[in-house]
Design a binder for this molecule. Structure first.
Ligand code: SIN
Length: 534
């Protein structure tokens, strides 16, 4: 497509649950919407989500709602915005029912009641799921609905940078976004309002449960355009990613532990086999937390990491031999298939697992309606952030399992209401829109350095800015990241953009923001753990 200036009422960047819900609701309100997504619509973290969506469906059951609020606040270790927690969890029933009306086939039991699952940190079963492919069911349903609307879908379009109404003046608002298409052309897309729903940044670490698209693009773009970011030191590592040498980590949902699977060391498992008895009594987790394998994710991941470092074992084991393997296969078919591909079977074979980067709890600073906040603390007119890219205060210092899909649907609905209320205040300025100037820039001759820098960056983050940190390591990481970052900027300024280069630049910026935030935090809380602060 030749380079041109396009115009829409609303542009949504990202196509996970947050972006799709927003685009759908805005289109239904009669607005002209475009969805920009750097791969295909379905290439999102949502599509990979196994566990489910937490929420109390019976809105008259205030006691159950209060327990969900308590669990969220307790997992968040005192850092949650309690008012927002209360709002989001109280709105769960209405928003989940809206998803059900869209057609998401949440699992029911034979008596017709929803089959609720339990995960770490939840005191009771409250997670709706579609076997172990909840995200895929949601994503497929929403895409189907979106395609019934008159929405412009720009797949394989990579967002590069926000166009501000007045350069260097975030308080004047956002005017649009520059995007790179699959042919290498850069387009200016103008809009009244822009919604960032770009997801997470798991690709910053070598071992991650996230898809390759999770490169922190939204945080980097918003930061460059003067939006505030916060709580980036809180990186959630999932305790149980399948650990097969030479293979990418694969999520083993926490719901499997909710279903009775137990974490053991290799040695502990041998003793369990020999001596039998209550499986949980053989878990290394029980020494650390009375909830054992179902303690909150920060505790399970950190304890597992410490255990592995101390014992030198290559991985922990998730043991299911005391459970009904036929039932497990039926309840967790995606995992069963994956395990089978590696010659592992539910029941007789313990599953090798290690922690892997899973979710970025912090993100773009937003208000109660997903409206972005500038670094000066004022509202950023026309700019919204929803889903994993946003820091709403719901998760505090540690996200409670399966609260993120809930946050996405509640916050996109709130942002939708706010946006529609204010959209007339944001003009569509097509005339003299700034076009991306590539004159004098070279086409990248060699892509190998881009790939090498990406690997180097992930190594630095995994080695020095992981689950357990030290001041010296953080300082070392920052020095290395600053150096790599300068090199990347040099290449960026001289070259025509490519998707790989745009992503690398974003990753480099977010890596530094995460490391700076980790250095700055001087107390161990939730997901942030620095051994020098013990
Ligand atoms: C899982 O299924 O364990 C992941 C769910 C989540 O990250 O909330």
């Amino acid at each position: 497509m030749p380079e041109e200036v396009l115009g829409f009422d609303v542009v949504v960047v990202g196509s996970g649950i947050a972006g799709l819900t927003m685009a759908l609701e805005i289109a239904r309100a009669g607005k002209d919407v475009a969805v920009v997504t750097k791969k295909r619509l379905e290439d999102s973290s949502t599509n990979w989500a196994q566990g489910g969506i937490a929420g109390v469906l019976d809105s008259s059951n205030q006691a159950a709602i209060e327990r969900h609020i308590d669990d969220t606040i307790s997992a968040g270790a005192g850092v949650c915005d309690e008012e927002l927690v209360r709002d989001v969890i109280s709105e769960a029933a209405v928003r989940i029912r809206a998803l059900i009306e869209e057609g998401v086939p949440f699992e029911r039991k034979s008596d017709g009641e929803y089959d609720l699952a339990k995960e770490g940190g939840h005191q009771e079963k409250r997670i709706l799921h579609v076997k172990d492919r909840t995200g895929e069911a949601i994503e497929t349903t929403l895409i189907e609905r979106l395609k019934q609307q008159n929405v412009t879908i720009l797949e394989q379009w990579m967002a590069i940078d926000l166009v501000m109404r007045k350069r260097g003046q975030p308080q004047n608002g956002v005017r649009g976004i520059w995007c790179l298409d699959a042919e290498g052309n850069v387009h200016t897309i103008c809009c009244r309002a822009l919604v960032l729903a770009t997801g997470g940044a798991g690709q910053l670490w070598r071992e991650t449960t996230n898809p390759t698209v999770a490169t922190g693009d939204g945080v980097a773009m918003a930061h460059r355009a003067g939006a505030g970011v916060k709580h980036l030191e809180f990186i959630q590592f999932h305790p149980t990613a399948l650990a097969i040498q030479g293979k990418r980590p694969f999520l083993i949902t926490e719901a499997l532990r909710g279903h009775g699977a137990i974490l053991m060391t290799i040695e502990g498992h041998q003793i369990f086999r020999k001596e039998g008895g209550e499986p949980e009594n053989h878990s290394y987790m029980l020494e650390k937390d009375p909830r054992g394998s179902l303690a909150t994710r920060d505790i399970v991941a950190r304890t597992t990491d410490q255990m592995l470092k101390k014992s030198g074992e290559p991985h922990a084991l998730l043991v299911t031999e005391h459970l009904d393997s036929k039932d497990l296969k039926n309840r967790f078919p995606t995992i069963a298939d994956k395990l089978q591909a590696h010659g592992i079977q539910f029941g007789p074979d313990p599953i090798p697992v290690t922690p892997a980067a899973h979710y970025i709890v912090g993100g773009i600073d937003v208000g109660k309606n997903g409206e972005c906040i500038t670094t000066n603390g004022s509202v950023y007119p026309g700019l919204y952030a929803i889903g994993e890219v946003a820091s709403t205060g719901l998760h505090g210092a540690n996200r409670l399992a399966s609260n993120s899909l809930l946050e996405a649907i509640v916050m996109s609905h709130r942002a939708r209401n706010h946006l529609l209320e204010h959209i007339d205040e944001y003009p569509l300025e097509l005339k003299d829109a700034p076009v991306w100037r590539a004159d004098g820039l070279h086409r990248l001759q060699e892509h190998a350095p881009i790939k090498a820098d990406r690997i180097a960056l992930r190594t630095i983050m995994s080695d020095d800015v992981g689950l357990v940190r030290r001041d010296e390591r953080l300082n070392r990481a920052l020095r290395k990241l600053d150096h790599t970052g300068e090199e990347i900027e040099r290449t960026w300024r001289a070259s025509k953009p490519t998707k790989g280069l745009v992503e690398l630049r974003n990753m480099s910026i977010v890596a530094r923001l995460v490391t700076q935030a980790a250095k700055k935090r001087r107390n161990n809380i939730g997901l942030h753990y620095n051994m020098d602060l013990e």
